[in-house]
Write a protein that binds this ligand. Structure first.
Ligand SMILES: Nc1ncnc2c1ncn2[C@@H]1O[C@H](COP(=O)(O)OP(=O)(O)OP(=O)(O)O)[C@@H](O)[C@H]1O
Length: 405
């Protein structure tokens, strides 16, 4: 829509201005309008250019997003950066490939760098170096600070771990003299928070062995193609630190029963497990290294892992009974200022179904109740309230895990 001449606010007085004055005013007005028009056009051009830039950025991000969603990614090592492209070698199957990269990516890549590649072997991103990965998945402790006295209610289990792990480390000659091979691996199984990790740490402490922990889930879920290599690394690190206790937590993540599905993730889990079995089978040359594995899901384990010479000693680590719970209460309140009215036997009966980890949480919570009440002494009522709280929290957790199951 345009204004008609009648609507226009004229820059002169219609009745009084001379013809000459009218022309001059109109010329001046025209000049101003032309300048304004020019300015608006420049702004429009700038806005268009800006728009184009955002459009391109949006396309790049959408593309990037799509690329990242094409999981899983595989791990490869850069062999050579050539004018034709980058030569990479995929981990796991050792397949070599020539792949093209953008100029920006080329700047970030050098021979021996590890990169994540997608299904079509395009480099998606460079990876942090190997030591970072090792550090992320392996916990190496020269002397863990857990001793047998810190563990409550697991006398039998402790005895068995001592025989099967401690004896071969401390008196290997006894096994030679008798002429039997010590068990290579011990499998601890039972509900979460019952002291499996503590048992492994205590035996390492007792034997002055280095404690090396790796979580099965870390081994397989981080990057496809890395699992088997990390298992090799794990045993290399153990050899460097002999005597050593290797603790593989959540072993079910690598040693679950074979499923029907043939996804690349499954193949990766299989490769990781085969590597673990072969490391264990070649165990005699490995000297003073003992392996302890743990799982909360014994029912899921592939039986191959339980054959003789592998994890052939199975030790169940159940939740503690009332007597065990009482001892665990005593252990975790050793350094606490507990009032005379506190009766651990009674608390142990009340806290049915509690794991060692729950009891530890109850003791800490009880201390918090005393602090909130401005007291330095912890009373029976604090422990009772703490148990109610811990129980309510674990019920909540259960609800959440059911919701997401
Ligand atoms: N039997 C126990 N005696 C004393 N404290 C215990 C016992 N069991 C568990 N705890 C306490 O709970 C914490 C967690 O226990 P731990 O990590 O050994 O459990 P876990 O069986 O390895 O659990 P998960 O299967 O979840 O790894 C311990 O650091 C300790 O404070």
């Amino acid at each position: 829509m345009s204004d008609t001449v009648d609507d226009v606010d004229l820059p002169y007085d219609e009745d009084e201005a001379s013809q000459q004055e009218k022309i001059q005013s109109l010329e001046e007005r025209l000049e101003i309008l032309e300048a304004q028009n020019e300015e608006m056009r420049d702004k429009l051009l700038d806005a268009n250019a800006e728009n184009n830039k955002y459009q391109q950025k949006l396309e790049r991000l959408t593309h990037e997003n799509k690329k990242l969603k094409q999981s899983p990614l595989f791990v490869a090592t850069v062999q050579e950066v050539t004018d034709e492209g980058v030569i990479i070698k995929q981990h796991g199957n050792n397949q070599e490939a020539l792949t093209e990269v953008t100029d920006e990516m080329r700047e970030d890549i050098e021979p021996d760098a590890r990169v994540a590649v997608n299904n079509s072997l395009s480099i998606v991103k460079p990876l942090s170096n190997e030591t970072d990965v090792r550090a992320r998945v392996m916990e190496v402790t020269e002397s863990p600070d857990v001793s047998y006295e810190d563990i409550g209610g697991l006398e039998e289990q402790m005895q068995e771990v001592r025989e099967t792990v401690e004896m071969p480390l401390e008196k290997p000659e006894m096994f030679d003299d008798v002429g039997i091979d010590p068990p290579s691996g011990v499998l601890l199984y039972g509900p979460p928070g019952t002291g499996k990790t503590m048992l492994a740490k205590a035996v390492a402490n007792q034997t002055d062995a280095t404690f090396i922990k790796m979580a099965g889930s870390e081994l397989v879920h981080k990057f496809i193609g890395e699992g088997a290599k990390l298992v090799r690394d794990l045993f290399d690190v153990a050899r460097e630190h002999e005597p050593a206790v290797i603790f593989i937590d959540e072993i079910d993540a690598i040693a679950a029963k074979r499923t029907e599905s043939k996804t690349s993730g499954d193949a990766e889990v299989q490769r990781t497990m085969m590597q673990l079995l072969s490391e264990m089978d070649g165990f005699e040359e490995r000297g003073e290294i003992r392996i302890i594995a743990a799982t909360n899901r014994f029912d899921m384990l592939d039986r191959a892992i339980l054959r003789p010479g592998r994890f052939d000693r199975l030790i169940e680590v159940p939740k503690p009974n009332a007597e065990g719970r009482e001892i665990i209460f005593e252990i975790h309140t050793r350094g606490m200022n507990v009032a005379d009215d506190v009766d651990f036997a009674e608390l142990a009966v009340d806290a049915e179904e509690a794991s060692g980890a729950d009891i530890k949480a109850v003791c800490t919570e009880a201390g918090m109740f005393a602090i909130r009440d401005d007291r330095t002494e912890i009373r029976m009522e604090d422990f009772r309230s703490a148990w109610d709280k811990v129980q309510a929290e674990s019920d909540e957790d259960e609800e959440v895990s059911k919701t997401f199951a």
